[in-house]
Design a protein around this ligand. Structure first.
Ligand code: FES
Length: 166
């Protein structure tokens, strides 16, 4: 049911590691299926022309979630921040030669993780957040709030487990 590319990324995931001192971190999850992702970025200090210098992730999830996490790091590395904001889950799925329709929602994890890491970076360094990034972040945050209301206990358990795993 998965393409060769999906299986290749699943078996040899790129950039799968926790990053020490990242410039931005995005944590997203879908407790309904138990999948959680942390996406980390390092940004080159070049003002308006800043690019994603390094990117890595930790994902606890299904085959599609792992493959899309891996693929998005290949796509985003070296891109300017403006370009990175425009990377959609559809683009990630296309680069993997497609995902089964029932698995398309899994690709949201990687795309949302990148948006949240970018948002984290912009706000931390006090740069003006571009409108398209702000809009995407608000949508993700709204969704997370809804999930936290429903699965608050589960989420804090996940957080504790992740932190104690170092
Ligand atoms: S089943 Fe939830 S992200 Fe794949």
């Amino acid at each position: 049911m998965y393409t060769e590319k999906v299986m290749e990324h699943f078996n040899n995931p790129r950039n799968q590691r926790k990053m020490e001192e990242p410039d931005g971190v995005g944590k997203v999850g879908n407790p309904a299926c138990g999948d959680v992702m942390w996406l980390y970025i390092k940004v080159s200090d070049r003002g308006e022309d800043s690019v994603i210098e390094d990117i890595s992730w930790e994902t606890f999830g299904c085959t599609a979630a792992i493959a899309t996490s891996s693929m998005i790091t290949d796509i985003a590395k070296g891109k300017t921040l403006e370009e990175a904001v425009e990377i959609t889950n559809r683009k990630v799925a296309d680069e993997l030669d497609g995902l089964p329709p029932v698995k398309m929602h899994c690709s949201n994890l990687a795309a949302d993780g990148l948006i949240e890491a970018l948002y984290d970076y912009y706000t931390k360094v006090g740069r003006e957040v571009p409108k398209s990034l702000e809009d995407k972040h608000e949508k993700i945050e709204g969704e997370m709030d809804r999930l936290e209301e429903k699965y608050g206990e589960y989420l804090s358990m996940e957080e504790e487990l992740h932190n104690s795993a170092g």
